[in-house]
Design a protein around this ligand. Structure first.
Ligand code: SAJ
Length: 421
């Protein structure tokens, strides 16, 4: 079986590698020539465990080839381009997906199966993608070719394992499409496979990330309440979670990444009556401002002003131990610090560059001459910092803002924990 994967990004490329490792003949298509060259040389920027070795193996064996032209030589076309958020309108931007659909429509033939994995608003597969494929191919969906939506559900940081072991939801535009897609995923997925219709599968994916975003917003609001009432929210949540039906998430400096920041907006795009989801997104988006407020108060208590202080943000990745900085709360904090006139710097050992900014790689270099450090990402390396050395490098009366409940009180620092009164 030959499979074409359209879009070799954070999900598309690892998926291609897994398919090739399962013995399929895989062709990876992407329009970015430089990216393709990097992939051929094994330089992808993806630091997921086991990925680089597997990529090298399938490239060496010729099981995976990549290029920027599409042909009709495959039986299955997997569309995995990213869908983004139009931040002005908080609405789905599917230009990349529609373009990919036109490209695939031009090459598919009778009997082919098209699978969409990109996250979309409910109704997109049948209402937008199917008409494009039919129009450009001149073929009829359900009769000549088959179409299913099967959302990716993998967690950055554990991607390779989850690609294989996670359960999958398949929503075909008809029963045959669902069954054909099931046969395809059964070749490499070890988890259960659930069949439904395309609209339900689209909604299920959006529910998953909305559930998480709303629960994080709850944890963030609990942190604000705890600060107000003089309680340590982490201890209160730990105790509440000993109840068998309570699973409170962790508060933090904001929600980053490419999924939780956009998928809830996709879910409510055509439902203007949303209240909980809309408020949750606002609460999460306001957390960087709250971190700035805590920092400002902490500095004031030490007789300093934010506008004349030097502040180091520890962590540019959007979450711990990964190299992905997209929608990073650390970067949001950095931007706000700059806006307030502070001299700001970011440290991150895993991220190379984001928005033209290259973080400092050596933490002891980064904290030199600082008045405050803000722990924004739970990288393991921050658990073993030499605080005595840091104290000597920072200015007198150093402040630490711990937004991730990572450290105990190091001697000689004024520590302020997000969520602790
Ligand atoms: N975060 C918190 N508190 C928490 C958990 C997370 O503040 O208790 C923050 C993180 O620090 C990060 C953001 O939320 O900034 C998102 O991190 P995450 O680990 O919750 O999720 P992602 O975006 O890395 O991956 C999610 C996953 N979805 C769910 O767990 C429901 C993943 O399985 C999806 O495949 C992925 O989105 C996606 O691609 O949709």
């Amino acid at each position: 079986m030959r499979v074409t994967v359209v879009g070799l990004g954070y999900i598309g490329l690892p998926t291609s590698v897994i398919l090739a490792s399962a013995g399929m003949n895989v062709y990876g298509y992407d329009v970015r020539e430089e990216h393709l060259n990097n992939i051929r040389q094994g330089r992808t920027g993806i630091t997921e465990k086991g990925f680089s070795e597997k990529l090298k193996e399938v490239l060496d064996k010729g099981l995976l080839t990549v290029g920027n032209t599409l042909d009709g030589g495959s039986d299955v076309y997997l569309i995995v381009v990213s869908t983004s958020l139009d931040k002005e309108k908080n609405e789905m931007d599917i230009r990349a997906l529609t373009e990919a659909s036109y490209d695939v429509g031009r090459v598919i033939k009778r009997g082919d199966l098209v699978i969409v994995e990109s996250t979309v608003c409910v109704g997109t597969t049948e209402g937008i993608i199917k008409p494009i494929l039919e129009k450009t191919s001149g073929l009829s969906c359900r009769k000549d070719f088959y179409l299913a939506f099967c959302p990716e559900r993998v967690l950055p940081g554990d991607l390779i394992r989850e690609l294989i072991s996670n359960d999958r939801i398949i929503g075909g535009v008809d029963r045959t499409s669902s069954e054909l897609a099931k046969g395809f995923y059964e070749k490499f997925v070890q988890g259960k496979i659930y069949l439904t219709d395309a609209r339900t599968a689209e909604m299920a994916k959006l529910i998953e990330n909305t559930y998480r975003a709303v629960n994080i917003a709850l944890a963030n609001e609990l942190a604000l309440i705890a600060e107000h009432t003089g309680v340590d929210v982490h201890e209160a949540i730990r105790l509440a979670n000993t109840h068998p039906r309570v699973h409170v998430h962790n508060p933090g400096p904001g929600v980053g990444g490419y999924c939780l920041t956009k998928d809830p907006w996709f879910l409510i795009q055509n439902f203007k009556g949303s209240r909980i989801i809309r408020d949750a997104m606002r609460i999460n988006a306001e957390m960087p401002d709250h971190v700035i407020a805590i920092t400002e108060r902490g500095l004031k208590r030490l007789g300093k002003m934010l506008s004349t202080s030097r502040v180091c943000v520890l962590g540019l990745a959007y979450k711990g131990n990964i190299s992905d900085p997209r929608e990073s709360p650390g970067y949001e904090i950095y931007l706000r610090l700059k806006m307030m006139g502070a001299d700001a710097v970011i440290h991150d050992p895993l991220v190379n560059e984001y928005m033209g900014y290259s973080p400092v790689k050596d933490v002891y270099e980064a904290v030199k001459g600082c008045d405050a450090v803000i722990l924004a990402t739970e990288h393991d390396c921050y658990l073993t910092l030499d605080w005595e050395r840091i104290k000597k490098l920072m200015n007198p009366d150093p402040l630490v803002i711990d937004t991730k409940n990572m450290i105990r009180q190091p001697p000689g620092f004024y520590v302020k924990k997000l969520g602790a009164g």
